[in-house]
Ligand binder design. Structure first.
Ligand SMILES: N[C@@H](CCC(=O)N[C@@H](CS)C(=O)NCC(=O)O)C(=O)O
Length: 214
């Protein structure tokens, strides 16, 4: 969401969210239990998917979705794959790892919130194990997910790969070492390595500067 706001030069004021402290207020004011959320002049726009759609409609420049309907539907399919499959499935496998390491909060609470089970974990690992090496191979030979230019598909996939391959390097994304170490899954590392290179290159060329979370 911040990436799109910045690309489209929409002024915004970031508000830090800390789960333990701000959870109740978030749920009370938005009816949602996850971030990010966008408020505009006191009106709740929504979570990230809804927000990106809202921004594209009101701030068409630069265009982040292709005009051609065939390419447009491809971009949407990639977005859905990234936000509904890649990131949540990587999160499920991470929750499994946190549980096996005995991390109480990250393991047990997240397991409940995100419907973790051994079966869901195994399914997620199987699906990612098939999908990610092929995605890595495809992106190695072709720099963009849709057509021959940067779209919201690349932006969204680049973001959602964080729980898979870890955060971008420090010069592109500031994050303390402890938080940094929580991201990334040990899934067949060599075969998915090109994904990290692709993601870093997308950040390098299109993110518009180093990301510095609050
Ligand atoms: N569909 C939502 C999902 C966002 C989401 O999963 N956010 C997670 C961060 S990975 C979150 O806010 N988790 C807070 C928590 O579990 O306490 C969106 O795209 O905005």
């Amino acid at each position: 969401v911040r990436w799109v706001l910045q690309l489209k030069k929409v002024p915004y004021e970031p508000k830090e969210y800390q789960a333990e402290i701000d959870k109740e207020e978030l749920e009370r004011t938005t009816g949602l239990s996850t971030v990010p959320v966008l408020w505009v002049d006191g009106e709740l726009i929504g979570d990230s998917d809804t927000t990106l759609e809202w921004l594209e409609a009101r701030y068409p420049t630069p265009r982040l979705l292709p005009d051609d309907i065939g390419l447009r539907v491809q971009a949407r399919a990639w977005e859905i794959t990234a936000t509904q499959m890649v990131a949540p499935f990587a999160r499920l496998t991470a929750i499994g790892r946190f549980r096996s390491l005995g991390f109480k909060k990250l393991g047990e609470q997240s397991a409940q919130k995100y419907d973790w089970s051994p079966e869901a974990d195994a399914h997620a690992q199987r699906t990612l194990g098939l999908f990610l090496p092929e995605l890595a191979q495809a992106l190695e030979s072709k720099g963009y997910l849709v057509g021959d230019g940067f779209t919201r598909a690349d932006l969204t996939m680049a973001c959602m790969l964080m729980p898979v391959v870890g955060p971008p390097p420090d010069e592109l994304f500031a994050l303390d070492a402890g938080t940094r170490s929580l991201f990334g899954i040990p899934l067949a590392q060599p075969s998915i390595a090109p994904l990290r290179a692709w993601r870093d290159s997308i950040y390098q060329r299109y993110r518009g500067g180093r990301v510095t979370p609050a």
